[in-house]
Design a binder for this molecule. Structure first.
Ligand code: MG
Ligand code: MG
Ligand code: MG
Length: 307
């Protein structure tokens, strides 16, 4: 019997760390299946840095969950963000910190959701409630995921539970949160080797609102202008995806993680929803969003309400 554990497409550090950590937790909880930590896409640079730092192997790259007897979803629940054949799989557990959307199962399941900043914060709590000791390497992975999802606690998605978990985990893995965290986030801002097609897929989510298809991609940087040098190529890549997926709106957020704001390239028939959501005028397909760093809390909700 095989248990696959997977995070979402365009995996971020939380999705990768959560699948590895949950695989460890499942074993400790007595799951006797062959437990396989999986991923649905390439590692980003930040996650590569994390796995190298803690000397951990990446989860197995998969395109399908057909071989799994059961599947555990971490860091997502939406089928649109999961394996293409997820609807045919037996989902036994979900551990997540997103809104529940496009999710249905035919059998009962264990579903743990909390409005915290990171899936790994919930996993940390599961270790605690089950009285399972956290080994340093898993502490390091969970700490990294919390730093990543919370942008070193600066994102509005960050909660006191995330901070408390990160502090305890940092002690276990003997890591200085600030210096390690900045190095890790900066590793993720090295965008030099990506093509424009890759840039818009590093961290990209499709959401639907009011019957419209919206794609929201995000990259972290410490220099927005260096990304905007490729603006016209990025626009071509975005327009190609708008055509192939039939999108109504595509927003590509370039987020300055040091100054905590974003500049977005916005394309599609429904760009008026972005103007309404942020009370701005889009010029040259560009919009500046001061203080905006969180797609989940600051981008998706206002656009969904105004589309
Ligand atoms: Mg994620
Ligand atoms: Mg997450
Ligand atoms: Mg993220």
């Amino acid at each position: 019997m095989k248990t696959f554990i997977t995070g979402h497409k365009s995996p971020d550090t939380d999705s990768i760390a959560s699948s590895l950590v949950m695989a460890n937790l499942e074993k400790k909880l007595g799951n006797t299946n062959e437990i396989i930590a999986c991923r649905l896409g390439n590692l980003n640079k930040e996650t590569e840095y994390v796995l190298n730092h803690f000397k951990v192997q990446a989860p197995v790259l998969i395109e399908s969950v057909a071989e799994a007897d059961e599947v555990i979803l971490v860091d997502h629940n939406s089928f649109a963000e999961s394996a293409p054949d997820i609807a045919d799989a037996k989902i036994s557990k979900v551990i997540d910190h997103h809104r529940i959307s496009g999710f249905e199962t035919s059998e009962p399941l264990f579903y743990m959701a909390e409005p915290v900043g990171c899936t790994c914060t919930i996993l940390y709590e599961l270790y605690k409630t089950n009285n399972i000791e956290i080994e340093p390497v898993y502490a390091g992975l969970m700490l990294s995921a919390i730093i990543s999802d919370s942008l070193l606690f600066k994102s509005p998605t960050c909660t006191p539970k995330d901070v408390k978990a990160a502090e305890e985990l940092a002690t276990i893995c003997n890591t200085d949160i600030n210096s390690y965290g900045l190095d890790m986030l900066k590793a993720g801002t090295d965008l030099s080797s990506y093509t424009s097609e890759e840039l818009i897929n590093i961290d990209s989510k499709e959401v639907s609102a009011n019957g419209y298809k919206i794609q929201i991609a995000q990259v972290n940087t410490i220099d927005i202008d260096s990304v905007l040098k490729k603006k016209s190529e990025i626009e071509t890549a975005m327009n190609n995806l708008i055509s192939s997926k039939g999108l109504d709106l595509f927003l590509f957020a370039i987020t300055d993680i040091l100054n905590c704001n974003s500049t977005a390239i916005v394309l599609g028939n429904k760009i008026s929803s972005v103007e309404k959501a942020f009370n701005v005028t889009i010029e040259n397909n560009l919009v500046f969003l001061p203080g905006v760093v969180s797609r989940k809390k600051q981008i998706i909700p206002p656009i969904s309400e105004n589309i």
